[in-house]
Design a protein around this ligand. Structure first.
Ligand SMILES: Nc1nc2c(ncn2[C@@H]2O[C@H](COP(=O)(O)OP(=O)(O)OP(=O)(O)O)[C@@H](O)[C@H]2O)c(=O)[nH]1
Ligand SMILES: [Mg+2]
Length: 320
């Protein structure tokens, strides 16, 4: 029988129980006290290296992830040392509260790996997690870390602020585009320029690759000189073309962000995460403040003209 207690589950996940890992991820996803306990326990584990893949629906992220899993397991590391022999995959669709369809789609596309002991694929939906998906994802990554995974890939669908937020939580962020996508302004507006470490022009078997590359280069030129200029690569994920080069590019970026830069990178991420937790907790407190007897009393006083909104709010805050 699988226990319910997060501490016991972490112990089991650490020695390889996939059932325990799955339950911990459900806890992280669904909120409440089990989520908080799981997050706290997983926190102590060393963080896996996180490769984020993001881009518009249908760009080929899952197909590419599938190929990257194969390459990861074959190479076992980024630079020749035996870094990992297991890969965790999180599929996130911020646009849909339930991922029933996405789970099916992703599972089918990564079917070769679904039965592989060295691969654990999981779709994540936003349910009750305090702070939503942008906080659930880093928690889930830590759960993978507690289960001894050293590499986690996060596939995020869509173009929007949430996607950018999730993508920026990766150590190496890959933005997957397609030929013809080259509307530089659009990418700029979506904030993808800021978060991309590697641009992949997938479906390079289609027309328009050169134009898309040119647009991306121009966009990067406009962005000014940076310490790391994002690599632009072409792939045909359906025929495993360019995957090895992509893997090497991830390795190059990983070497670039290692050492002092990695520390700074993670510090920035930690601040962003802490800020989000504070905001979520303050929002929860607002929820508590903004109803109930005292709250209604202040509303009545406001209607009667015996107070003003500032004094009323202050009175409620002082009561806390
Ligand atoms: N021609 C061509 N088709 C591709 C390529 N890569 C992926 N596809 C196809 O594009 C479709 C979408 O691929 P997915 O890997 O599911 O794309 P995705 O970005 O994960 O999609 P969502 O998760 O729904 O956003 C599938 O039918 C793939 O077979 C490619 O390089 N060339
Ligand atoms: Mg997908």
């Amino acid at each position: 029988m699988i226990p319910r207690d997060p501490a016991e589950l972490v112990g089991l996940a650490r020695v390889g129980s996939r059932t325990a890992l799955a339950r911990l991820l459900t806890y992280v996803e669904s909120g409440g006290s089990a989520q908080l306990a799981t997050a706290a326990l997983a926190y102590a584990a060393p963080a896996p290296y996180v490769v984020g893949l993001t881009g518009p629906p249908g760009a080929g992220k899952s197909t590419l992830t599938d190929q990257l899993i194969t390459t990861a397991l074959k190479r076992g590391s980024f630079d020749g040392t035996a870094d990992f022999d297991e890969v965790g995959v999180l599929c996130v669709d911020p646009s849909s509260p339930f991922t029933g369809g996405a789970i099916l789609g992703d599972r089918i596309r990564m079917q070769d790996h679904a039965t592989n002991d060295h691969v654990f694929i999981r779709s994540m939906a936003t349910r009750g997690h305090l702070g939503g998906l942008s906080l659930a994802v880093p928690d889930a990554v830590r759960v993978f870390g507690a289960a001894n995974f050293r590499l986690v890939m996060v596939e995020t669908v869509g173009v929007g602020q949430m996607e950018v937020e999730i993508a920026s939580a990766a150590d190496t962020t890959i933005v997957v585009t397609n030929p013809g996508w080259g509307d530089a302004m659009q990418a700029n507006k979506a904030g993808l320029l800021e978060v991309a470490d590697i641009f992949v022009i997938n479906k390079a078997d289609r027309a328009g690759v050169r134009e898309t590359r040119r647009d991306l280069e121009q966009m990067l030129d406009l962005g000014g000189a940076k310490e790391w200029r994002p690599t632009i690569l072409e792939t045909v994920a359906t025929s495993d073309t360019g995957t090895e080069a992509l893997w090497d590019a991830i390795g190059d970026h990983r070497r670039f962000v290692s050492g002092a830069r990695l520390e700074e990178h993670r510090r920035r991420r930690m601040r962003a995460e802490l800020d989000k937790v504070i905001a979520a907790m303050v929002r929860a407190r607002i929820g508590e403040l903004a109803h109930g007897e005292s709250y209604e009393e202040q509303v009545s006083a406001l209607l009667a003209g015996s107070t003003d909104p500032y004094r009323a709010a202050q009175a409620l805050l002082d009561d806390q």
